[in-house]
Design a binder for this molecule. Structure first.
Ligand SMILES: [Zn+2]
Length: 347
């Protein structure tokens, strides 16, 4: 299968988790960021790769570095531009990118400046590639500034901010603490997705749903509220039922999930959930830290669960139906997806 040529829709991709290693080195030199572990591009790529060996400190340090070189508007513009160009060359026809503007205000940028810089980069790349995009503004669960982040997101809706997300550690930092921000963005018509059911179990998903989440980031631990027998889901607990019957899309990021949990790929419940009728989508999460891409995710799913082109078309279609933003955007993505999946256009 030619994975790169399959048309893809990405719902879950962190801007600060997908930098090119060479760009990190160049930006660090340009802006005097002196904390990189090495300025050799190959060695740095290797360093990020080894950051996945189960050490949370190392994983978080990786974000210190990517965020560290993104404290200037020109840097954010470049990173956004490159992320959409890289996505387009991997067959992505629509990219929803996300980041927390509050992490980019260590220099002179405001949150709004950071959003405007990213938007400029996405627009430049869209003009070149034709790949469309939407921006999701993140607030961090462990911080107390989500209401302010929500206001910034709403103010930038006409620039291309389409949604809002809560990221960061689930345990001890319930989504319900950010209820006000969630209510505000929903009231303003933005989409709401919340990271839940990754590090914590189904109760965290319930908490996110109670905050009005329309999609769940990762969410695969909904399996803990399902009864599995002979390799099939045979019964749903109350939380799993709510996700299933509510057709709540799960933004599953298989490779990242195996890295953060230590589970073997073959034990990932994505195939089980999909066969049981959950709305499953596939995304890469942090392409740099997980050394992945959409093609990489698809390849893994094809190898592990024998997914075929028709499965990937279905995955793409499912994602295209739940992208955030104006209905005209959704319609355009659906049309391009249909065009690219016509039999005559397939290998
Ligand atoms: Zn994520």
């Amino acid at each position: 299968m030619d994975f790169a040529s399959l048309p893809k829709v990405v719902l879950h991709d962190h801007l600060d988790g997908g930098l090119r290693p060479a760009t990190i080195v160049e930006l660090a030199a340009e802006y005097g960021y002196a904390k990189l572990p090495t300025s050799d591009v190959d060695a740095l790529e290797q360093w990020f790769d080894q950051g996945l060996s189960g050490s949370l400190e190392r994983y978080l340090e990786a974000f210190d570095h990517t965020v560290g070189v993104m404290q200037h508007p020109e840097a954010v513009e470049r990173v956004a531009y490159e992320s959409l160009v890289d996505a387009a060359s991997d067959g992505v026809i629509h990219l929803e990118s996300r980041f927390a503007p509050s992490l980019l205000t260590k220099g002179s940028m405001s949150r709004s400046d950071a959003i405007a810089a990213a938007v400029a980069g996405f627009r430049r790349a869209e003009a070149q590639t034709g790949t469309t995009w939407g921006l999701i503004v993140d607030a961090m669960r462990q911080e107390s500034d989500s209401a302010a982040a929500a206001e910034v997101a709403i103010a930038a809706a006409d620039l291309g901010v389409v949604g809002f997300d809560l990221a960061g550690p689930e345990a001890g930092h319930p989504a319900s603490r950010h209820r006000k921000a969630c209510d505000t963005v929903l009231g303003a018509g933005l989409g709401l997705t919340i990271h839940a059911g990754e590090a914590a179990g189904p109760r965290s998903i319930l908490d996110a749903l109670d905050c009005g989440a329309q999609r769940i980031g990762h969410g695969f631990r909904v399996i803990d509220d399902c009864t599995v027998s002979d390799g099939e889901i045979v019964d749903l607990g109350p939380i799993a039922r709510r996700v299933h019957e509510g057709r709540i899309p799960l933004e599953v990021c298989p490779i990242s999930n195996t890295h953060t949990t230590g589970m073997a790929v073959v034990d990932h419940p994505i195939d089980l959930l999909r066969r049981a009728g959950f709305v499953v989508t596939v995304s890469p999460d942090n392409r740099l830290m997980s050394r992945t891409s959409m093609s990489g995710e698809y390849r893994l799913l094809a190898t592990t669960f024998a997914w075929e082109p028709s499965d990937f078309h279905e995955i793409g279609r499912a994602a295209s139906e739940v992208i955030f933003g104006p209905s005209s955007l959704r319609t355009g993505v659906r049309e391009r997806l249909a065009e690219r999946t016509r039999p005559a256009n397939l290998e």
